[in-house]
Design a protein around this ligand. Structure first.
Ligand SMILES: [Zn+2]
Ligand SMILES: [Zn+2]
Length: 146
């Protein structure tokens, strides 16, 4: 069994673990990610729910519904977004209901894969300059844009 990948928030109150293998890694440019993280884009990975654990600081976690049934969960002390999940009835793309999404930026160890795409390109900040050749997609996994 591979050892878990650990993650922690800026202040250290909230800690999570992911059991690899992860399902994906990609850069999301949607407006919700941009505002929630106050950043140009967010690099996400994910694992099936049963391989995610909130191991410390559950009482510090605020669960913000950024869209119906989609909960962005952040440390109420320092603000780090630690994970996101969908309630089953609101998962709008395949497997989303069973997946917990974790920002790669809060992980401590190396991830088991490199980010391989940009998604939600239709909402990308116009001021961000791309410097890679990764494929860019409309929405999550739909049509490739360039
Ligand atoms: Zn914190
Ligand atoms: Zn996003």
């Amino acid at each position: 069994m591979p050892s878990p990948i650990r993650g922690r928030c800026l202040c250290g109150a909230v800690r999570v673990t992911l059991e690899p293998p992860t399902l994906f890694a990609s850069h999301c440019h949607c407006e919700s990610c941009r505002r929630a993280h106050a950043a140009a884009f967010v690099t996400w990975t994910g694992v099936p729910r049963e391989r995610f654990a909130l191991v410390q600081g559950e009482d510090r976690v605020t669960r913000y519904p950024s869209s119906p049934g989609a909960f962005r969960c952040f440390c109420s002390v320092c603000g780090s977004v630690m994970f996101t999940y969908y309630t089953p009835e609101h998962a709008d793309f395949s497997d989303a209901a069973g997946t917990v999404y974790v920002p790669v930026a809060v992980l401590e160890g190396p991830l088991d894969r490199a980010p391989d795409s940009h998604v939600s390109m239709e909402e990308a900040a116009p001021w961000f300059a791309f410097h890679d050749d990764l494929p860019r997609y409309h929405a999550k996994t739909d049509e490739r844009m360039e």
